[in-house]
Design a protein around this ligand. Structure first.
Ligand SMILES: O=C(O)CCC(=O)C(=O)O
Length: 283
């Protein structure tokens, strides 16, 4: 017997014209040929990650670099996961709008549209600068804090944009290909590992179930990246954007960014404010 969803007849919660807008990133992807998505998607589903070069133009790269390097406030992290010789800029989206093009990158959204449910959310965004001499970060997978056993479909996905070149030695993300399919097991020494070597402006996109970690930086220079994590629309996000982003800032954001920040309804009624569509609070 077909499974009946008791809520499926409840459309248009709140205001019809607003509730009807949920789920679409068509604006951001306008002009993107679906064929451009097929090859990276196939690679992503096969290996658990894909690297795409020239995802950012040089001017955006320069602006992002200037904006984030000016704002780093700490010399290092608080534990070996953050990295004692790694600078992290949390709350990135509130501190600068320079990284908005990274958050709503058309190819990232096109891939997210295919691996997560409509109305997926931004879970966190940060800049990560791995400084000279940093040790390798403990291996992990990003959606591990949701207590749902593996193997399973990813509950999230992430991008890592190379602002500096990622080389074999400077802390490139270490990836364990195909580990997104693993059950409840940790990496073993014999599991193949790949360094995400890529030129500046490249995007690494990986599923939330893929084992990975920041690499050791054995050079004398630092490695700068901007990373964004996204999650299914029914999950709690890592950063609480309703508290960390002012309404003025959200008002300035694009419709896609507003949706990612949770200013939308995940039908039929997740995310409402006082029984109505959340965009009303910005009016
Ligand atoms: O910086 C990197 O290459 C990866 C960082 C990472 O996976 C994390 O901090 O969760």
């Amino acid at each position: 017997m077909a499974k009946h969803n008791v809520f499926e007849d409840m459309a248009g919660y709140g205001r019809a014209d607003l509730a009807g807008t949920y789920s679409s990133t068509a604006r951001a992807r306008a002009g993107m040929d679906p064929a451009q998505v097929d090859a990276p998607l196939a690679e992503l589903l096969e290996r658990g990650y894909v690297i795409v070069h020239d995802a950012l133009d040089p001017e955006t790269l320069r602006r992002v670099r200037d904006a984030v390097t000016a704002r780093f406030a700490h010399a290092g992290g608080r534990n070996n996961f953050e990295g004692f010789r790694t600078r992290r800029l949390y709350g990135l989206l509130d501190k600068t709008d320079t990284c908005d093009p990274i958050l709503i990158h058309p190819l990232a959204l096109a891939l997210l549209d295919r691996v997560l449910l409509p109305n997926y959310l931004v879970s966190q965004a940060q800049a990560i600068e791995i400084l000279a001499g940093e040790d390798a970060q403990p291996l992990h997978y990003d959606d591990a804090f949701y207590p749902i056993p593996r193997p399973r479909a990813p509950l999230g996905a992430a991008t890592i944009f190379a602002i500096d070149a990622f080389t074999e030695d400077n802390g490139s993300t270490v990836l364990l290909p195909e580990s997104h399919r693993w059950g409840e097991r940790a990496p073993a020494p014999e599991d193949p590992r790949v360094a995400a070597v890529m030129p500046p402006g490249s995007m690494l996109f990986m599923l939330g179930t893929l084992w990975h970690g920041g690499g050791a930086n054995r050079t004398h220079a630092s490695r700068l990246a901007v990373t964004v994590q996204y999650c299914q629309p029914y999950l709690r996000t890592q950063e609480n954007y309703f508290l960390s982003m002012s309404r003025e800032r959200v008002k300035r954001a694009s419709p896609d960014m507003q949706r990612l920040l949770g200013y939308d309804i995940h039908g039929p009624f997740m995310g409402f404010v006082n029984g109505m569509h959340p965009l009303r609070v910005l009016e």
